[in-house]
Design a protein around this ligand. Structure first.
Ligand code: SF4
Ligand code: SF4
Length: 208
């Protein structure tokens, strides 16, 4: 599998999706939201985390750890994201979650570096165009992209360490997972990010 850096070009351009919306339907609880996603949703929609949980967001347990995700709603065409509008377009396109921005790419965290791979069979768009991955993710400046990738790497390591703690708890793993899930919600999701710099604020919380 070929891995790309974010400054490379990859054949991922889907011609504006042209009303396809396949990756917005029947996704179960796979669109997991990190604190940056929740920060963006809250700020742009003017809703607190608790208010988001009463609407388009729900909680899931990903490998034993409770985290928020996009809620799929039932419809005549199967389940679909509540943000999908009647024209098959994303109604929150400019501030959609990171996993949605990424598609049809996946992210690889091995070797301590963030790299990307193409989900060859997941997106039906034909004759894909070559796009620069950083721009595809919606970052016009390299410095903003670097800051985002640095955050993703740190968050991924943080969650991986918490998974190891759960595993190391042996018979107490269930209680440990519950404790960590509650800590994540109370420390990273429920309190709003009042500081102007999201990254400074989350790194401060990661050190608590
Ligand atoms: S599956 Fe591909 S073409 Fe369809 S909405 Fe997703 S990214 Fe766009
Ligand atoms: S947030 Fe937008 S892009 Fe993501 S699944 Fe929902 S409608 Fe699709």
């Amino acid at each position: 599998m070929r891995l790309y850096n974010s400054n490379e070009m990859a054949r991922i351009g889907c011609h504006g999706c042209e009303g396809c919306s396949k990756c917005c339907k029947n996704m179960g609880q796979s669109i997991v939201l990190n604190p940056y996603d929740i920060y963006n949703l809250s700020n742009n929609m003017g809703l607190s985390f608790e208010e988001l949980l009463c609407g388009p967001v729900e909680l899931t347990s990903e490998a034993g750890i409770v985290q928020p995700c996009i809620k799929m709603i039932d419809s005549a065409e199967g389940s679909k994201c509540g943000f999908l509008d009647s024209n098959g377009r994303c109604s929150i396109h400019s501030f959609r979650p990171g996993i949605c921005r990424l598609f049809p790419l996946g992210r690889d965290y091995s070797d301590g570096n963030i790299r990307y791979f193409i989900l060859e069979d997941e997106c039906p768009a034909g004759s894909k165009t070559k796009e620069k991955i950083g721009a595809w993710l919606g970052f016009s400046s390299d410095s903003e992209l670097r800051k985002y990738e640095e955050f993703l790497g740190k968050w991924h390591s943080y969650i991986s360490d918490k998974r190891k703690e759960i595993y190391a708890a042996g018979e107490g793993a269930q209680a440990k997972a519950k404790e960590i899930g509650a800590m994540l919600l109370n420390r990273f999701y429920i309190p709003a990010y009042e500081c102007e710099d999201f990254y400074l604020e989350i790194y401060r919380r990661m050190e608590l």
